[in-house]
Design a binder for this molecule. Structure first.
Ligand code: SF4
Length: 419
């Protein structure tokens, strides 16, 4: 494999950052031919306003479309398939991406979830249990694909950036299947059958903390660009102080041979690495082992709920309630029966609407449990269910409590990060 190039641009203006990063790779015309069809794939996986950093910032999407226009393509399509349970168009609107894309003159916006014209692609030598995926024909037939992720903390993969953003090129059924296997290896398999020509990553305001949904945006001021997703992801990790040797993703990349992640195989161009580097708080290296005093039963649970449970554990610590509730069993995902190891009388918290059937089963058999409603639940509900030992009312009339606890939590987190 040839060494890879990753361009880094530092600053705050999205137009300038995207332009600078691309110039350092030889300019947009190296990647987009005149008269071509270009698909741009942002991260708009969840509902969330631009300032939350849940999705790619609209400024970066706008800047990428403006830059692509300079190469005179025939058509620019913005395409996304949001997370399970989310409506793609609502996510694109709430994130401001749809409006930004229209302002920049995008020709078409497509919801991949609704696409009926799918092509089955076999995965040669899969490293996960997925052996094929179905991809929209328009995506496969486009001349160029540009991947535009945001960097954020992610409970299932420690972080999410270039490769992880590809999950939004498949429909819900494949999202679901990928979560039932080793996600890092499944992402490698998907990345093997469908490679973007270019990734432009938004690190202007990435997310640290309890991503992908309950994290904290941080001013970072960078855009990265590369034709090699793995090299870009590795560089992004090094910039935020994440040791690539401790992240399963890169072991999976080594097994698959998908790209370069070794420092000596990556040429950095543009801004000075040391000047851009800034450590982010990324708490998922140990997974659920980080809270050994609690028992977690996780089966096919979405990353949003897994992240929310991680957030709940830290929130309990901040509220000095972690030790008092040791020994609780927390169940999330799709369980057909009571998880192994749970005895009658154990205190059981069932997290999210997909555990409702299990709750009914437990209660029918005369057992007890507490259910946290929502898909996903409202951010404070799991904590309150544990603190109050009662199920939460569905109306959201408890803003003051949430705000007060949030203040304690943010201060506690800042203190923890200072140590
Ligand atoms: S409750 Fe959570 S884990 Fe279950 S389907 Fe909804 S988001 Fe996914």
């Amino acid at each position: 494999m040839q060494p890879s190039i990753v361009a880094i641009a530092k600053g705050s203006d999205a137009d300038q950052l995207v332009h600078q990063a691309l110039e350092n790779l030889g300019g947009i015309r190296r990647f987009v031919k005149k008269g071509s069809v270009v698909v741009i794939k942002p991260n708009a996986g969840h509902e969330g306003a631009p300032e939350t950093a849940i999705n790619t910032s609209p400024e970066v999407v706008r800047a990428v479309i403006r830059e692509v226009r300079l190469a005179n393509p025939r058509k620019i399509i913005l395409a996304e398939s949001s997370a399970i349970g989310c409506d793609t168009m609502t996510c694109l609107e709430s994130s401001g991406i749809k409006q930004a894309a229209e302002e920049a003159g995008v020709d078409e916006i497509r919801d991949i979830k609704q696409d009926k014209d799918l092509v089955k692609k076999e995965i040669e030598h899969p490293t996960s249990s997925i052996t094929s995926v179905e991809l929209p024909r328009f995506l496969l037939e486009a001349d160029h694909m540009i991947n535009v992720p945001i960097f954020k903390s992610h409970v299932s993969m420690v972080f999410s950036c270039a490769l992880k953003n590809l999950k939004g090129v498949v429909q819900d059924i494949h999202h679901f299947i990928m979560h039932t296997t080793n996600l890092a290896s499944a992402m490698m398999d998907l990345g093997d059958v469908f490679k973007p020509d270019l990734t432009i990553a938004d690190m202007i305001r990435p997310m640290e903390g309890f991503g992908p949904h309950s994290g904290t945006p941080v001013e970072f001021g960078a855009v990265l660009a590369s034709a090699d997703m793995v090299a870009l992801d590795a560089t992004a990790c090094r910039l935020v102080g994440l040791d690539v040797d401790r992240v399963e993703y890169f072991a999976a990349a080594r097994e698959k041979g998908l790209g370069n992640f070794q420092e000596e195989r990556i040429e950095i161009r543009g801004a000075d690495f040391a000047e851009v580097k800034k450590e982010l708080y990324l708490p998922y290296l140990q997974g659920f082992n980080a809270w050994p005093e609690y028992r977690f039963h996780v089966k096919m649970a979405c990353s949003t709920c897994q992240g929310l449970v991680a957030f709940t554990m830290e929130r309990l610590k901040a509220l000095e309630a972690y030790d008092k509730n040791k020994g609780l069993h927390i169940v999330l995902g799709r369980h057909a029966k009571v998880p192994e190891g749970v005895q009658p009388g154990d205190e059981l918290i069932l997290h999210g609407d997909c555990t409702l059937a299990l709750k009914k089963k437990i209660e029918k058999a005369g057992g007890k449990c507490l259910h946290v409603s929502g898909c996903p639940p409202v951010e404070s509900f799991p904590v309150w269910t544990i603190l109050d030992r009662r199920e939460q009312p569905t109306e959201r009339s408890t803003r003051e409590r949430h705000t007060a606890e949030d203040e304690i939590f943010r201060k506690w987190l800042q203190e923890k990060q200072r140590k």
